[in-house]
Write a protein that binds this ligand. Structure first.
Ligand code: HEM
Length: 491
């Protein structure tokens, strides 16, 4: 047989095999979705405006539960609070696996609390929760820690005396310092060059991870990983942060006093020592570094991005900022710092923070899950290890739960008497066994940082409110707000 004929036959056979592999019927009885092409899956149908728009368009056609092929890999999408709850809460164990995010996978490789699975994840989640409680919510108290950080921030914001500034790195610094105090036992000065370099790497990494090219990479990582691209930059950034964490771990080792662990790393090192004769122990160096990286990244990025969106909304809607000022003046006054127990007496401010999180919608696709066994879900059979995305944005923007989902309006969270109204579709921290581990810390930070800043400053923009553009810079795995300049004017 001629070589060219042989190659053609081989190609056609391969194509047929891929077609069979790509067909949903061959893989359990997956939810419906657009027909995938061999190799490409549904890549070529993807919306140029990104994955979220693409998924929402498919939802209109296929309903709340559908399948998209990322290359040859089927991924099940869950839209709307009902489907998300039925999966993550009603079948919580089966949906508790963690899927991969292709652009960061070479660094995390299934280690650390965010990307681990099975026994490793259970051990690290339990350990992280208790230890963060001990070094945040226990002894000194996370509230006190955040109050102190908020006062340092106020000092820093006074320095430019009302000049325009971009708040991005200050917001990064304060949220990173809260995590650093718990994990590393130290906070950093806002102008420390090493600290600023680390924060810049976080910022670049989050922006690159959310870019269009990273979304394409998600479909095609098996091939694209061999070519240059943003994934390489992301890898270098995260490895550099890991090197910083590694140096901190070495310093902790040298000064460790077993009778008085000072922070998360000390406590982990003591566990490592206790289990050193157990070859199956999850307390090893790699899980330590990657868990510290995970907490650092998950804790810094999300909360600071929410703060950035928050002040952008306050600049765009000055009447909202004025009402928050009035509530602060009535409930807290100006002679003491805000405290967490003020929150229950400040429904308007609380509603504003809820609305900032709802409209900010900073992790629109949630984080990927995988099913831990073959399961029956809404009449479909989803095979073990299939990836599942709970599309959080579809709940946060649902017109059945929020009267005008496209409009920033704190009334979405207020009842007729002006009391805070809970809404079951409000799930920025997700649901179920993988629910955000830092929710308590994040909510405390958002309340104390917003109120402390607004107790001390009013905010102004050089751009007229109606001209302030809220269009995100990137909208992929994460939603990155546009950069802006702001004046903090002493009150
Ligand atoms: C406004 C701030 C925050 C938001 C909106 C947020 C949101 C989320 C979301 C949507 C997830 C994925 C849940 C899922 O898999 O279904 C998550 C996971 C996680 N978050 Fe947060 N988060 C925030 C702040 C924080 C903070 C401050 C920390 C650390 C102290 C943190 C630590 C984590 C960790 C460790 C996970 C992984 C949990 C696991 O896989 O078991 N987050 N977060």
């Amino acid at each position: 047989m001629e070589l060219s004929v042989f190659l053609l036959l081989a190609f056609l056979t391969g194509l047929l095999l891929l077609l069979a592999r790509g067909h949903p019927k061959a893989q359990g009885r997956l939810p419906p979705g657009p027909r995938p092409l061999p190799i490409f899956g549904n890549l070529l149908q993807m919306d140029r405006r990104g994955l979220l728009k693409f998924f929402l368009r498919l939802r209109d056609k296929y309903g709340d539960v559908f399948t998209v092929y990322f290359g040859p890999r089927p991924v099940v999408m869950l839209c709307g609070i009902e489907a998300i709850r039925e999966a993550l809460v009603d079948q919580s164990e089966a949906f508790s696996g963690r899927g991969k995010v292709a652009v960061v996978d070479p660094v995390f490789q299934g280690y650390g609390v965010v990307f681990a699975n099975g026994k490793r994840w259970k051990t690290l989640r339990q350990f992280s929760l208790t230890t963060m409680k001990d070094f945040g919510m226990g002894k000194r108290g996370v509230e006190e820690l955040i109050q102190e950080e908020a006062q340092c921030l106020v000092e820093e914001l006074r320095k430019p005396q009302g000049e325009l500034q971009d708040p991005t790195f200050l917001f990064y610094s304060i949220t990173a310092n809260v995590i650093c105090s718990i994990v590393f036992g130290e906070r950093f000065a806002y102008r420390d060059p090493e600290f600023l370099k680390l924060l810049d790497m976080f910022y670049q990494t989050f922006t690159l991870t959310s870019s269009f090219s990273s979304q394409v990479f998600e479909f095609f990582s098996d091939i694209l990983k061999y070519f240059p691209g943003t994934h390489r930059q992301i890898y270098r950034n995260l490895q550099e942060i890991n090197a910083f964490i590694g140096r901190s771990v070495e310093k902790h080792r040298e000064t460790l006093d077993p009778s008085t662990p000072r922070d998360f790393i000390d406590t982990y090192l003591l566990h490592m020592d206790k289990e050193k004769s157990d070859p199956n122990s999850e307390f090893h160096q790699q899980n330590l570094i990657i868990t510290a990286l995970s907490l650092f990244f998950a804790g810094t990025e999300t909360t600071s991005t929410t703060l950035r969106y928050g002040f952008l909304f306050l600049l765009k809607y000055p009447h909202v900022a004025e009402r928050v000022h009035r509530e602060i003046d009535q409930v807290i006054g100006s002679h003491r710092p805000p405290a967490l127990n003020d929150r229950a007496k400040m429904p308007y401010t609380d509603a504003v923070i809820h609305e900032i999180q709802r409209c900010g919608d900073i992790l629109p696709l949630g984080l990927p899950h995988v099913v831990t066994k073959d399961i029956l879900f809404r009449g479909y059979i989803i095979p073990k290890d299939t990836a599942v995305f709970p599309i959080l944005s579809s709940a946060l923007q649902d017109p059945r739960y929020f009267e005008k989902p496209d409009t920033f309006n704190p009334d979405h969270f207020l009842d007729a008497n002006g009391a805070l109204k809970k809404n079951e579709a409000f799930i920025p921290f997700s649901l179920g066994k993988r629910i955000c581990l830092g929710e308590g810390i994040a909510r405390t930070e958002l309340f104390l940082f917003f109120t402390t800043i607004l107790q001390n400053f009013s905010v102004a923009s050089p751009v007229a409110p109606e001209d302030i553009d809220l269009t995100p810079q990137e909208n992929g795995v994460g939603k990155v707000p546009p950069t802006y300049q702001i004046r903090f004017l002493s009150r």
